[in-house]
Design a protein. Sequence first.
Length: 279
Amino acid sequence: MKAEWQESTVDGARTRRWSLDAGQCPELKACHIAWLGLDSVYPPYQRVRLAPSGSYFLATLAGEGRVWLEGRWQKVTAGSLCLAPPRGLNAFHAVESQTKPWEIAWIRYDEAPWTKPMVGAGSPLRLGQGAEDFGRVLRGLRAEWDGDCDAEMVRHWVALAHGLALRRSSAWRSSSRIAEMWETVASDLTVDWKLSSLAAACSVSAEHLRRLCRSELGRTPMEHVTFLRIRRSQDLLAASDAKLDAIAPQVGYRSAEVFSRAFVRCTGMTPTQFRERGH
């Protein structure tokens, strides 16, 4: 992904989409859901969102696609559930050579900058389970909306979808020590965190911590440190006019240049571009 890439929405002739937004369905707005849907897509289907206002959930029900995660395109297949936080690069596309559709279910939230987002610093990035549940619930909502459209039943289906999102966005159910360690890291990002010091902070081996992070966050421990630093820098960029030389050391980077490279890799834009967009 390049910093000069622009936001884009491409469907193509064969793509079939069903979606529902908060303007149509008040029950969505009550859960801070802006939009949700079920898509059956083929190339040239593509979405690029540079800094969306809300958390995003993308469940692959069948076929495969590509999602931008941790600075590179990664393949997602049936059963994969991807999560993306607000105000960060969000991009995905159908595979050029595919002959079968990429079937996806998705939910996008609308979250004010001062609220705690659904997908936050402790949320996973990618899970190998949960996609089927999102598919079943969104298909149930679609059947009700296109059928009887009973308001009470719609409310129940939306509540189920929101409940699944809450469950899947909460990591570290298996270890409070890991959660406490990440809270410590987030509270002082100026520390030169290493894999060994992270493991020592939660009294596990480095290899065990690596496996846990891969399983519950979808990223390595050091990738998560970078994630936390960039998320914090976004808050600092939005809240002040401080120069990059001042912000970089506050989030653990030795120079504005090193900080800027990491920021572009994670968000798809430079810190200056992020600030100019008013986020």
